[in-house]
Design a binder for this molecule. Sequence first.
Ligand code: ZN
Ligand code: ZN
Length: 252
Amino acid sequence: MQEKIYTIPVNEAFQSGDECPFCHLEREVEQRIIKYTLGPGASYMEPEVRLATDKEGFCGAHFKKMYDFGNSLGSALIMQTYFVSMFEEMTREMDNFQLPGKRSLFAKKNDQEESSLVRWVREKQSSCYICNKIEYNMERYYSTFFALTKDEEFRSRVEGTKGFCMRHFLRLMEVAKDKVPNDQREWFYTTVFRLMRENMARVKGDLDWFIEKFDYRNASADWKNSRDAVSRTMQKLQGIYPADPPYKSEPR
Ligand SMILES: [Zn+2]
Ligand SMILES: [Zn+2]
C-alpha cells in the first residue's frame, strides 16, 4: 500500500460528494502549492526554490492565482530573478536568429523549419512551476487510486461517487492503460463508464431544469438541484470551479 500522505486525501476526495474527486484533489494541491510558494513560510526566499521558479516560470492562470493570493512583494521578487536568465536566453536566441528565407509564392506553408527562437518562446510560455508541482502530485494520486482499487471497500466508495469531469476522465483513461490492476480491469471500465453516463445525464438534467426555471410558468416551482447547475456543468466539462472565490492568504 502507498504511503498515507497519498491514501488519506484520495480516500477523502472519494467521499467528498464532489462532481469530480480528482478536481477536489487538484484544488487542494494547488492551494497548498500557492501557499507554499508565496505564503508565510516564504519558501521563495530559499535558493533552491528560486532556482526552480527561475527555470520553470509560471503560466498565466497561475500568475492570476498568485496575484489573487496577495503577497505582491513575494511575486515581485520571484519575477525579478526570473528575468535574469530570461534576458540572457532571449538575447542569445535573438543573436543566433537566422532571417527566414524570402517567402515564395510556390513554397508550401510549412516548408521552413520552425526557428529555435519560436521553440524557445513557446517552451517558456508553457512552462509553470505550479503546474509542474500539481502534475507531480496528481501522478501520485492516480497511482494511489489504482492501487486502492484492489480494496473492496474503496471500490464501493468509487461506485457511490458522481463520476469525473471530462478533463480528469481523459487523464484517468490515459493512465489506466498502464496502471489498472489486471484483476480490476473489467470492474474499472464498467464502473467508470456507468458513472460517466449516469452523472453526465444527471448534470444535463439539472442544467435543463435551470433553463426551464426561467419560464414564467415555473417561477414558483422548486429549484431542485439546479441553482448551481451552471458552475457544476462547467466543472463537468472542463474541471474548473468557476464559483470559487479567489484563494487568498489569511490575514496575519
Ligand atoms: Zn475533475
Ligand atoms: Zn500553471
